[in-house]
Structure formats: C-alpha cells, structure tokens
Design a binder for this molecule. Structure first.
Ligand code: ADP
Length: 263
C-alpha cells in the first residue's frame, strides 16, 4: 500500500535528517523570469515603431508618394519612429555594456562638477524648448570620485533629462553637487507633477513607467532609471528618489569620494 511504501522510503531519511538538502531556487527562478520578461518587453517596444515604419513606407510606395504634402508628413512620422528605435537600441546597448563591465575595476578620478556643467549645457540646448531652466549649484570643495567618465555622464544626463521632461514649464530644475562625509552628493530636483508613492519602489525596473503614453510622447524609452541604478551600483553609491504629487521630484545620488581625496 502507499502507507507501507512511505514507511519504507521515509525511514532512512528520518534516521539521518542531516542528509536532507533543501535548495532554495526562488532567487534563480525570479532572475530567469525577469530575463524572459525583459526580452519580451524589449521586442515589443521595438516592434511597435517598426510596424508603423513598415506601414507608412508601404503607403508611400503607393499612392501617398504622389502627393507632396502627404509625402512630407509621412516621412516625418517614419523619421520620428526610426529615432525612437534608435534611442531604444542605444539604451539597450548601454545597459548591456554596463553589465558586462561590472567586474572591471574603476580607477580614474573623475571631476563630477565638470561633467555636470557639460551635461547642463547640452540639455539646455537639446531640451531648451520645454520652458524649464537648469540651475546648477556646485560646491567649490568637491572631491573627485573614482569612476567611469562615460557612465557618470550618462547618469547625469538621464536624471537631469527626466527632470526637464517631467518638470513644469516656467519652473526651474535644480542640480546641486555638494561634498558629504567621504562622498559627493548629487541632487536633481524638479517642480513637476511628481510621482504617486505606490510607483516609487518600481521606477528603476526596466520599462516601468508611471504613464506610458506620456513617457513615449516625451521620447522616453523606460530604461533611463534602470540605467541610473546600474551605474550607481557599479560605483558603490546610493540612489534615493523622493516625490510629492503636485510638488515635484527629488533624486539623490551619493557616490564615494576617490580614496585619499579628502585626506
Ligand atoms: P522614461 O524613459 O519613461 O522617462 P525612466 O526609466 O527614466 O523612463 O523613468 C521611469 C518612469 O519614472 C517615467 O516613465 C516616469 O513615469 C517616471 N519619472 C522619472 N523621472 C521623473 C520625474 N522627474 N518626475 C516625474 N516622473 C518621473
């Protein structure tokens, strides 16, 4: 009977319970699930603009190509959709580059203030039409941080870019760099509509967006904060996002100062 079977087989295990190994694979399954979701999401994000490009090109090849007004309009859409794919592919490549360089030692001393100035100048030009001014407040005694110039520049670009995208026209974005104990603290604050608290813990997930339509219409890929999180981790820093609906959002990044910089 089944009972006898159990007694026979369970006895030796019960005699020496130390032989029983339980392997917790929850983390492994969760990681695998995330990888599968990520590939599915990335494919979907690429397929949507691609389907649109194919549709418009097909129409252009037919009758619409004859009408100069229509042709211009459709070519404009094709260009915008292709740009969207380009941004997405660039962000996907950044993520995979950051991951593949995870174990390479960081050695270069970086002047974060100089990167902040450069990034603010660039964004003031490219996002200038949004009616949001950047105010940069740099402490004079900033120590260097040990890091990767390209990645730190991308971190600043993504955070200040978001503040300008989601900020309110006519209000400033404040970028502050100050020195903390053995560290450099970056704060990017905007006076946009803010983020409801239930979304805050998920913002750094790949493709997580509070308002997908709004993000897409502003040219967002949904990967900006995931990239920021990876860069902060790689530099052994800390990331904190605080937001109040109707008031604005404040993102803080603390990075350790280069060894010896403060002595
Ligand atoms: P996206 O490309 O969509 O901007 P991110 O990863 O940079 O992607 O940000 C994820 C989501 O977090 C955004 O879609 C947006 O909903 C929200 N978000 C990020 N920064 C801000 C901000 N400064 N103010 C309000 N919402 C923000």
């Amino acid at each position: 009977t089944l009972d006898q079977h159990w007694q026979m087989h369970a006895a030796p295990i019960a005699d020496d319970a130390r032989l029983v190994h339980l392997v917790d694979r929850t983390g492994q399954y969760a990681a695998e699930r995330m990888r599968v979701d990520f590939v599915a999401n990335a494919s979907h994000e690429l397929r949507t603009p691609l389907a649109s490009i194919l549709g418009y090109v097909e129409t252009l090849a037919d009758e619409a190509g004859e009408d100069p007004g229509l042709r211009q309009r459709f070519l404009g859409i094709v260009f915008d959709e292709a740009r969207r794919m380009e941004r997405l592919v660039e962000d996907l490549m950044s993520l995979s580059r950051i991951e593949s360089e995870k174990f390479r030692e960081l050695r270069t001393a970086i002047d974060l203030g100089a990167i902040a100035r450069e990034t603010c100048d660039t964004l003031a030009t490219t996002h200038g039409d949004r009616g949001v001014d950047i105010r940069l407040d740099l402490a004079d005694d900033l120590p260097p941080v040990t890091g990767d110039q390209v990645q730190l520049s991308q971190l600043l670009h993504n955070l200040i870019g978001n503040a300008m995208k989601y900020g309110r026209a006519g209000t400033p974005v404040e970028v502050t760099l100050e020195s903390g104990p053995q560290s450099v603290c970056l704060t990017v604050a905007d006076q946009g509509e803010g983020i409801p608290p239930e979304h805050l813990p998920r913002l750094t997930e790949r493709f997580y967006r509070v308002d997908p339509g709004r993000s897409r219409s502003l040219g967002g890929t949904g990967l900006g904060l995931a990239i920021v999180k990876h860069i902060v981790e790689r530099h052994r820093g800390r990331l904190n996002i605080a937001s109040t609906v109707g008031v604005g959002t404040r993102v803080m990044v603390t990075l350790p100062a280069a060894p010896g910089a403060l002595s």
